[in-house]
Write a protein of this length. Structure first.
Length: 347
């Protein structure tokens, strides 16, 4: 099916058209420069920016794909989770187009989009597989049984992986967003320079939860380290700190993903979300997977962070199963991935 999708859950205004797992066009208008002056995303500013950009992005996406409205089989938008005001802009635009052109309408769960971003680079991938979802707001290990059928096997107990990158970048005064800057700096640093805690989660009975993680202790350890280095009067070796931090995150995510895949007998790990772009994680996970005869798949770099092609891809999967959403569907700031089928009715 050919699907046009809109993604406005946070700070990118994105519109894309896919033919199942093949991209026809993908427009991503990032608001990062607008939010940078505030050091993070300002919700009200994001909504306004989406409003100003959305019509242009839709027109651009149709133009780039060289398609007309008769050729589109369905129209989708991210409806949860995310910033409510931001989501509303995309959802309202998608509903309007669906009514205007008399097309099926689908609301899409943002994280389902991140999971299916890997389909765009690996069109032959099919469930079951393990998804390692590492984004700005989430860090989860998800058993993907089928389209719409997910089981969360592990998650972070506090900060998400991307959030940890952003917070550590802030305390190193590297600006926002932190992931890409730390990744770049880390390549010039020594990952063994400083030993940092991996963040294991204790079980009441002693021992450790094998798949849950924690990043807030690591962030605090980096803060203490930087304070200590500053107190000693020397210059903070930022590249070494960045490299050591990145290595610790990569190691901790890799350990849990590999253990989980082996325990559940899943031979493929598909990584998704902004942190899937991280070079340290890619290297670490690929090396460990090769040792255990597991396959690791990543989206192309540009489809790790937010985009609409991944949303269109998830919508196309649902549409092909006969799933559509009621035109009265609303947005939700939070919605568990296990609840996605609430968004659809079957015809
Ligand atoms: P969510 O998807 O959970 O709602 P989000 O949409 O804000 O959150 P994404 O767009 O998936 O998150 O990813 C953005 C995050 O990815 C930011 O925290 C950013 O710092 C991080 N990130 C981007 N590139 C890299 C990189 N190369 N290395 C590490 N982190 C990165
Ligand atoms: Mg973003
Ligand atoms: Fe995202």
């Amino acid at each position: 099916a050919i699907v046009l999708a809109i993604e406005t859950s946070c700070d990118e205004t994105a519109v894309a058209i896919v033919n199942n797992r093949q991209i026809c066009s993908s427009i991503v208008a990032s608001q990062i420069p607008v939010h940078q002056q505030y050091g993070g995303v300002v919700p009200e500013v994001a909504s306004r920016q989406h409003l100003e950009t959305i019509n242009w992005a839709i027109a651009q996406s149709m133009e780039q794909a060289q398609l007309n409205w008769e050729q589109i089989d369905g129209i989708a938008a991210t409806c949860a989770p995310g910033l409510v005001g931001a989501l509303l802009v995309g959802l309202t635009a998608a509903k309007t187009l669906a009514i205007l052109h008399n097309k099926p309408f689908l609301g899409v769960h943002h994280l389902e989009g991140h999971i299916y971003a890997t389909y765009l680079s690996e069109p032959t991938l099919d469930p079951p597989f393990l998804s390692l979802l590492v984004s700005g707001g989430h860090t989860s290990l998800i058993y993907v049984k089928n389209c719409g059928d997910y089981k969360t096997l592990g998650e972070t107990r506090d900060d998400a992986a991307g959030e940890a990158f952003d917070k550590v970048a802030r305390l190193l005064k590297l600006g926002y967003p932190g992931g890409p800057v730390i990744d770049r700096l880390a390549q010039q640093g020594n990952p063994q320079a400083f030993a940092l805690p991996e963040g294991k989660v204790s079980l009441p009975a002693g021992g450790y939860h094998p798949y849950d993680g924690s990043f807030s202790g690591l962030k605090t350890a980096v803060l203490r380290l930087v304070q200590q280095l500053e107190k000693n009067g020397g210059q903070v070796p930022v590249a070494d700190v960045a490299a050591s931090f990145q290595e610790t995150v990569a190691r901790s995510l890799t350990k849990r993903a590999i253990a989980c895949a082996l325990d559940y007998g899943l031979n493929t790990i598909a990584v998704g979300g902004g942190v899937a772009a991280n070079s340290g994680l890619r290297k670490n996970l690929q090396a460990a997977a090769a040792k255990h005869n597991l396959r690791v798949l990543f989206p192309h770099l540009e489809f790790c962070t937010d985009n609409a092609a991944m949303i269109a891809c998830a919508a196309a999967e649902h549409l092909s199963l006969g799933h559509t959403s009621p035109i009265t569907l609303g947005v939700e700031s939070r919605l568990a991935l296990t609840q996605v089928m609430k968004l659809y009715q079957s015809d």
